[in-house]
Design a protein around this ligand. Sequence first.
Ligand SMILES: NC(=O)C1=CN([C@@H]2O[C@H](COP(=O)(O)OP(=O)(O)OC[C@H]3O[C@@H](n4cnc5c(N)ncnc54)[C@H](OP(=O)(O)O)[C@@H]3O)[C@@H](O)[C@H]2O)C=CC1
Ligand SMILES: N[C@@H](CC=O)C(=O)O
Length: 425
Amino acid sequence: MMKTVKVVLLGFGTVGSGVYDTILHTHQEKLEKVIGKKVEIVGILVKSEKERQLPRNIIVTTKIDEILALPKIDYVFEAIVGIEPAYSYTKLFLDRGCHVISANKELLANRGEELMEYALNKGKFLTFEAAVAGGIPLLRTIIQLLQVNGILVLEGILNGTSNYILSKMRNEKLSFGECLQEAQQLGYAEANPESDISGRDAFYKQMILSSLIYHEQPDWEKVERIGIEQVALEDLALGEVHGLRLKLLASLKRVDEGIKATVKPTFVSSEHPLYNVEGVDNGIVIKTDLVGTLMLQGPGAGSKATASAMIEDLVQIEQQKQPLQKVHRYSYQNQNEKENNASIQLAVFPLQNKEEWLRLKAVINENSKHVNILQEVVKELGGSIYGSFLYEGELESVKLPVLYKRYPVSPIGLKRDQLNVVNSF
Ligand SMILES: NC(=O)C1=CN([C@@H]2O[C@H](COP(=O)(O)OP(=O)(O)OC[C@H]3O[C@@H](n4cnc5c(N)ncnc54)[C@H](OP(=O)(O)O)[C@@H]3O)[C@@H](O)[C@H]2O)C=CC1
Ligand SMILES: N[C@@H](CC=O)C(=O)O
């Protein structure tokens, strides 16, 4: 007779229900064939008492003790929201000898390193492929398949909701609010979508990547994080005129001073590898010192994509492949890397006594005093810097539209007749 593995689900929302459907319906046969065992869901933990149409042999409860009391649980799929109680539950289940498969980015960004250590000491697996870039097998690629390669730079679209919103706004000329609402209905957005649009979700994923790649995270306070909340249809239309698309880009690299990470809306040109990453897709470009530049792309959010990553984690553990635990990684010093030393800052501020907003674009050197001066000027005018263009190597210039020329004086002698663009990674 076929052996059985017993599974509990913590959370039965977009992710939990996706895992449930995959195990018991869409991929049951294939899964059992691959691991040579039956997979039985024995319990589901939820938060609210509402009625759910689920088989009677599955305990559905709001009480963690009832789940913990179940005999012999092999796997826990953790798909609830926030650090607590997920942190405590993860430890409780590891103590009980269960493997934990988590999708919870906030937990892993904050307490992941400690929990990985905890799991290792218990001789159990804590895996979390689903927590970064949805269905894309990114973490396993980095941890298992790029062990000798030194990762020089990682740049990616790590939030499906933001990319969905920006693509939809640009393609269908819909408002920010309408697009966000759709992303929520499709199950892409977080329970609190502020996390998606403020860049916090992408930041959490970036911090998990930093822990896995560099075994440390940068000082969170020093990470520049800008969301897409202020992006207007006209910004996207303007970009389009110049052949550019706005993406919420997360960038991570080791520099002499430590780890440099940023999350910000960035215009990319059609030559950039992330230009065609559209809709809910995520895309990650990894530049290494051995294989060169790699790119991974695929669905970054949603029920199926996340369930796929979590189920494949279970398969990996069953097959005793190396889990997403710490692997000694050659600590690469980024000495030969050319620093991006310039960017175009985008600022918005209201015109005096008018409801009209003016946008300023400025070519500045990232490392120069211009950054601070620009920030001061914009602050004084009651606006905020909300994005930047990055560039590397040769620049392409295009003329700025008239709107920008209405700014009366150049506050810091900036070149306002140029618009520089990222052409390549
Ligand atoms: N949606 C996505 O595409 C992805 C989400 N994630 C992550 O997966 C996790 C779940 O996301 P998602 O399914 O979208 O969220 P949902 O809001 O759709 O579902 C959350 C589920 O968790 C339950 N829950 C929340 N808090 C508690 C608690 N304290 N105790 C018990 N149950 C709780 C809720 O119970 P109830 O049903 O009673 O409300 C609900 O069933 C999050 O950490 C998210 O960041 C990761 C990758 C992709
Ligand atoms: N809300 C997240 C879900 C996946 O991690 C996103 O949109 O990327």
